[in-house]
Every structure is written in C-alpha cells, then in structure tokens.
Design a protein around this ligand. Structure first.
Ligand code: HEC
Ligand code: HEC
Length: 238
C-alpha cells in the first residue's frame, strides 16, 4: 500500500511538472464586517495565519519549526528585526522576499488586506511587549468535537493551505520555496484513508516521503485528523 501510494505520488509530481501547477493568490481571509484595525481582529488573523510557525504564544514552537531540522528561529519573543509598528508592518508585508530575513517567513502583502496587516501588526506588537494582555485575546478551542467537514475545512485552511493551496492544488505560498518535491497536489491524490492518516500523523519523513510534509499527530486529535481527511477528499478531482 505504501509502495503504490509512493507511485501515485510520483505520478502526481510528473503531472505537476507537466505544467498543471497554476498559481493564484488565495482569496483574502474571512472577516467581512471589519471596518477598522483592531487587536481582536489581529488575534484572529494571527491564529489563522501565523501559529503554524510562530506557535500559539509566539515562542516559535509551531509545527514547522518543531518538525524541520535546521529551521530558522521563529521566536517572536526574542524579536530580532525591530518592534516598532512600522518595522513589524514591513516584516509582515514583505517577509523574507526582500532579503534581510529568511525566505521561510512568507510575504503577506499580496494576500492579507490592509485591515488584516494593520491588525495583526498591532497584535504582534502587543504579543512582544505585553504578552499577558495579548494571550487572552486568542480563542481557545480545545474541546474535541466529533469529526466534521466544517472542522476539517477550517483546519485545512489554517494549517495546510499555506503549502497545499486553498483548493489543495499544491500552489500555496510556501510552494515558492518548497520544491523537489513541491507540496502535493491533493486534487490528484488517490491515496486511501489509512495512508492519509499515516502520513498526516507521522509526517513525510517517516513514510519515506519529503520531510517538508510535517507530522501532525501531536498537534491534532484523531477526530481532528479524521475531519481533515474527509475534507481533503472533497478536493479531489473526479
Ligand atoms: C511558514 C512559517 C511562517 C509563517 C506562517 C509566518 N512566519 Fe513570521 N517568521 C517566520 C520565520 C522563520 C521568521 C524568522 C526569519 C528570520 O529571522 O530570518 C519569521 C519572522 C517574523 C517576524 C520578525 C520577528 C523578529 O525576530 O523580529 C515577524 C514580525 C513575523 N514573522 C510575523 C509574522 C506574522 C504576523 C505572521 C502571520 C500573518 C507570520 N509571521 C507567519 C516564519 C513564518
Ligand atoms: C510546509 C509545507 C507543508 C504543510 C504545512 C503541509 N504539507 Fe502536506 N505535503 C507537503 C509536501 C512537500 C508533500 C509531498 C511529499 C512527497 O511527495 O514526498 C506533502 C504531501 C502530503 C500528502 C500526501 C498526498 C498523497 O496522496 O501522497 C498529504 C495527504 C498531505 N501532504 C496532507 C497535508 C495536510 C492534511 C496538511 C495540514 C494538516 C499538510 N499536508 C500540511 C508539504 C506540506
């Protein structure tokens, strides 16, 4: 089973190399109704877009840094690139795309709206200056709900789309720097459920695949992983 999935993986890669990889920017995140920048809105953006690397409390212990060897420090508490609102805004808009910072910090200017950048810059500043005031603004959702597509969709958007793309086509932001192989085009995946569960839980490296596919077993409960699996299967092309 592992072997046949590896073959499917290769086929997917060949298709990608054949030019199916289309790059569109993902639509700006939900947040209709926001009219002015706010710390609350910034906390929501942070939770959706930044926790993956910077970790829930900003210590840089998100899934990516923790699971990848040699990953640059993403510890916001040990702020090294300036903490004025102006400097934070710049860091968030351009990330590592202009040098001066690792390319592992993606540029967000093309994806987040003005309100989102402004809000998340303010939230990040508060997290650096007064974490005791910032942390209570983050929502807790630790209750384990039964598996659902709705939950799967939301987890996918927050944690997977950065690489796999909003529609699973392998064209997320990080696809710019993750090559050989690129993030898998999940619309072409034919892997069975138990393989999906394995690779999502244990990560690419444990399955003889790319270590850039992180392990999620510690991050998500089994029910959450089931939700994600149901959701990514809805992205498949018939
Ligand atoms: C894919 C991983 C990743 C994501 C997602 C990410 N970052 Fe980063 N970020 C990094 C890394 C790695 C660095 C360190 C770069 C360096 O020091 O060269 C960094 C650095 C930063 C810095 C500078 C920190 C310092 O030391 O001064 C800020 C500010 C920042 N990120 C904000 C954000 C915000 C806000 C978001 C969400 C909108 C975000 N990042 C999402 C990986 C990420
Ligand atoms: C940092 C980038 C990154 C993130 C984040 C990421 N992946 Fe991946 N993923 C990859 C890469 C790269 C591969 C290709 C591995 C290979 O082919 O060797 C991959 C492969 C996969 C595969 C294998 C598909 C197949 O049919 O063989 C699945 C399933 C998958 N990812 C699911 C997820 C899910 C679910 C999430 C979020 C919880 C996620 N990934 C987050 C980079 C990422």
């Amino acid at each position: 089973m592992l072997r046949s999935s590896a073959v499917l993986g290769l086929a997917g890669r060949l298709l990608l190399a054949g030019g199916l990889l289309v790059c569109w920017g993902t639509p700006a995140a939900r947040g209709a109704g926001e009219t002015a920048p706010s710390l609350e809105y910034g906390a929501r953006v942070y939770q959706e877009r930044c926790v993956l690397c910077h970790g829930r409390e900003g210590y840089g212990d998100g899934v990516l840094p923790v699971s990848l060897k040699g990953y640059p420090s993403a510890n916001l508490r040990r702020n090294r690139h300036g903490r004025s609102l102006e400097e934070l805004r710049e860091a968030i808009i351009h990330g590592g795309s202009r040098g001066g910072m690792s390319p592992e910090m993606p540029p967000w200017g093309d994806e987040l709206t003005y309100l989102q950048v402004e809000s998340v810059a303010r939230f990040t500043k508060l997290l650096m200056d007064q974490p005791e005031r910032a942390l209570p603004l983050l929502e807790r959702s630790e209750v384990d709900e039964p598996p659902s597509l709705r939950r799967g969709r939301s987890l996918f958007r927050n944690y997977c789309s950065l690489c796999h793309g909003e529609n699973g086509e392998g064209d997320g932001k990080m696809a710019r720097i993750i090559k050989d192989p690129p993030p898998f085009n999940l619309t072409l995946s034919r892997a069975p459920d138990d393989y999906l569960m394995q690779i999502i839980t244990r990560g690419g490296a444990a399955m003889g695949r790319s270590p850039r596919m992180p392990p999620w077993g510690e991050q998500f409960s089994e029910s959450e992983r089931r939700s994600i699996i149901s959701y990514i299967k809805t992205l498949r092309r018939q």
